[in-house]
Design a protein around this ligand. Structure first.
Ligand SMILES: C[S@@+](CC[C@H](N)C(=O)[O-])C[C@H]1O[C@@H](n2cnc3c(N)ncnc32)[C@H](O)[C@@H]1O
Length: 205
């Protein structure tokens, strides 16, 4: 997907995103963040923070930076920061494929429901690995292609449609892990019949 298409699609979603997706996405976000073992003083980067569903879940004694391509999605996130007085959180409009941060500047990185949205997930992962400290945690929550051949075939067929509504449905998890050269500590789904995985990785440089 082109960057401009992504911006246009998420501009459209910004007003309805929480109402449409919170009930599906929030339990996974909550489980992932509570499993990240964020320690006092740690710096955490939330890539593609969107409307900020994750933001109230971060401990107040860490420092969080959220970035997103969509100004309109970020405006919703900013509202959550203000309403909840989340002074430990800063938000920036930024492309995940070109992060404006120094090498090794974060202890942990969280990327939820983003890798199948960006034009080049491998470029994002290269950037994430660059800005995350060596041995830091990189946690990914995402939809991946089903391992069931029939469902996977269906997901491939509907990819042109799913891209029009904001994500590709045919990203293979095994291929993603291999091509992004991720060292996986553990990965699991919240429910047996779920298409979304939580992947906990450690940053190897
Ligand atoms: C499905 S939403 C996920 C939002 C949030 N992480 C969540 O789990 O609810 C995808 C987000 O990725 C953002 N995004 C897409 N491409 C991006 C890019 N290249 N750089 C930064 N953010 C991007 C979109 O603007 C959107 O807010």
């Amino acid at each position: 997907m082109e960057l401009e298409s992504v911006k246009r699609i998420y501009r459209g979603y910004s007003n309805v995103y929480d109402a449409l997706f919170k009930r599906f996405f929030y339990p996974r976000i909550k489980c992932a963040i509570s499993s990240m073992d964020i320690k006092p003083g740690e710096r955490v980067l939330d890539v593609g923070v969107g409307t900020g569903l994750s933001l109230p879940l971060y401990p107040r004694n860490c420092e969080v930076v959220g970035i997103d391509l969509s100004r309109e999605m970020l405006m919703k996130a900013k509202k959550k920061v203000i309403v909840n007085r989340l002074d430990h959180i800063r938000l920036f409009e930024m492309d995940a494929m070109n992060l404006a941060f120094a090498d090794n500047s974060f202890d942990k990185v969280f990327i939820s429901h983003v890798v199948s949205v960006v034009p080049n997930p491998y470029r994002v992962m290269d950037e994430v690995k660059r800005v995350c400290k060596r041995e830091g945690d990189i946690v990914i929550v995402n939809h991946f292609q089903s391992k069931n051949k029939m469902v996977a075939g269906f997901e491939k067929v509907i990819t042109p449609v799913s891209e029009k509504i904001g994500w590709r449905s045919d990203l293979s998890m095994d291929e993603f892990i291999a091509r992004a050269k991720l060292k996986v500590k553990r990965k699991f789904k919240l429910k047996k019949l779920d298409f979304w995985y939580l992947i906990f990785t450690v940053n190897e440089k």
